[in-house]
Design a protein around this ligand. Structure first.
Ligand code: NI
Length: 180
């Protein structure tokens, strides 16, 4: 295990535009990916971007088997994407609650495109391409933002929709009230 410290909001590396990976199938890239996996698992994250462990490179991983932090989420097979890009397949967005290991203890309601097609490379440099929607599309867009120095709080359109995790159940109950 090589669990790394997760940088927190405010750290300058989290605001940088990360650099593309130029060499695939290298020990350095393998080690980075292993560290990212170990760190994501240790913190029970749904995804992680390389800048979060201090490497300003365009590498993301995500995957959800069963995640107690996102009990309602669909399962997503473990995916490594290097130098990812995406196309928007449907301009419509959907609001959903997000959290981030770099913003511990908080949740925010963030709009994301519902349907996208992403492409990137695996660690050997092989092209990976997929059409995804809903939570899968959300996780990708969240991690993609990390590669451009953007954290989800910057995407919240109404800051009253930013809350501590512990308050989320009360918060949703109040917000959903028909008398609201
Ligand atoms: Ni994050």
């Amino acid at each position: 295990m090589a669990v790394q410290e997760v940088l927190k909001m405010g750290h300058p590396i989290l605001r940088q535009v990360a650099l593309p990976v130029t060499e695939f199938n290298t020990p350095a890239l393998d080690n980075l990916i292993l560290d990212m996996k170990d760190t994501m698992v240790a913190y029970n994250g749904a995804g992680l971007a390389a800048p979060q462990i201090g490497a300003s490179l365009r590498v993301m991983i995500f995957g959800i088997a069963e995640n107690s932090r996102y009990p309602e989420a669909e399962t997503i097979e473990e995916t490594i994407l290097i130098n990812p890009e995406f196309d928007i397949l449907d301009e419509s967005t959907e609001e959903g609650w997000e959290g981030c290991l770099s913003v511990p203890g908080l949740r925010g309601l963030v709009p994301r495109y519902q349907k996208i097609r992403y492409r990137g490379y695996d660690k050997m440099g092989k092209l990976v391409e997929k059409e995804v929607e809903n939570f899968h599309a959300r996780v990708f867009q969240h991690e993609y933002d990390h590669l451009n120095g953007v954290l989800y709080p910057q995407r919240i359109t109404d800051m009253t929709n930013f809350t501590f995790e512990t308050e989320l159940p009360y918060y949703i109950a109040t917000k959903a009230s028909p008398n609201d």
